[in-house]
Design a protein around this ligand. Sequence first.
Ligand SMILES: Cc1ncc(COP(=O)(O)O)c(C=O)c1O
Length: 402
Amino acid sequence: MFEAISEAPPDAILGLLEAYRQDPNPEKINLSVGVYQDEEGRTPVMRSVKAAEEQIWKSESTKSYLGIAGAPEYASVVQEMLLQGGVSKSLRSRLVTVQTPGGTGALRVAADFLSQHFPQSRVWLSTPTWPNHPTIFSAAGLEVLTYPYFEAEKHALDWSGMAAALETTRPGDVVVLHGCCHNPTGVDLAPEQWRQVAEILDKTGAMPLLDFAYQGFGEGLVEDAAGLRELMNRELDMLVASSFSKNFGLYRDRVGALSALCSTAEAGSAVLSQIKRAIRANYSNPPAHGALIVSTVFQDETLRGEWEQEVAEIRQRLNGVREMFAQALEAEGIERDFSHIRRQRGMFSFSGLEPNHIAALREKYSIYMVGSGRINVAGINRQNIGPLCRAIKEVLAEPTGR
Ligand SMILES: Cc1ncc(COP(=O)(O)O)c(C=O)c1O
């Protein structure tokens, strides 16, 4: 049977990481994969996480299975994290949450649930989006459509294109929105635009699915949930896929959650039971350790304070690097305008560099970035910023069409 199987192409982003690892150049720079790095290029375990793990190690008494939906106290923590900053109280009884292996697990469970109950659903994704989005929804058998999001020439949101496309959605459609720190562009909706998106979807009957993987990396933990609050307070049915890979640094522990906001508590109970069915057929029940860390940190006042401080440090570093990068490019005397890097938010910046520049950066300077020109700004530090900006200047000066 296996002789007919052909080689699958490498993952667009993880394949680059592999190439970076194998590159012998000691000056190589990795701006590709979406993992936070500190000034020293490390991805450390957070202090609050280490402290929680110590508590867990001392008190954990079993490794028996969790329930299909995961730990109930974790579900409460996730809801608190989403709802802080003010949403109507009545909403809580209609919000159901399950623990999932990462944000990817949440998206896949959502996709399986949708394809089981709404097989005609069309899933709308922004252009561009995280490359795994179309893969996940197509794998579940759903039709994937796209809406315009980014205007490359202006390095800004294509608001009129986006709004016009959303106006054409219909009941049963699902619109995937990035909660904050849009991956890959770093361009987010303004509060007024969130309000208008909620209004449009309310009118067309399409359902929002908020992918929330970077809460706290943009403006703040509460501020970054402004779009979520706008959608929730509009009383739309909606799904939220949370990931704590980035804001707790728990990448390999696979911690996420899927929440569904329903119009009645009865609908919530039925939806929860069907989501559990999708999980049972998928991975049966979630891994415990990472979620236990998140609950332990969030429920302990001191650890929570420490974690909030650590998230603030990450956010400040990301915004500081953006400023430093934009200034350093200007100081190189590059004519091209890179001021958009300052305005973008989160871990990613859409540099605006073209495929020939990106290839030249990789081949000549061992600088790795995703083919779309997405840069992980966390990969930039005081050591590599000089060589990086000089390399960008040189590839921009090369005649095109090499
Ligand atoms: C937009 C977006 N959604 C979801 C995820 C999923 O994260 P994970 O499955 O690692 O929790 C990521 C991770 O890169 C992401 O960028």
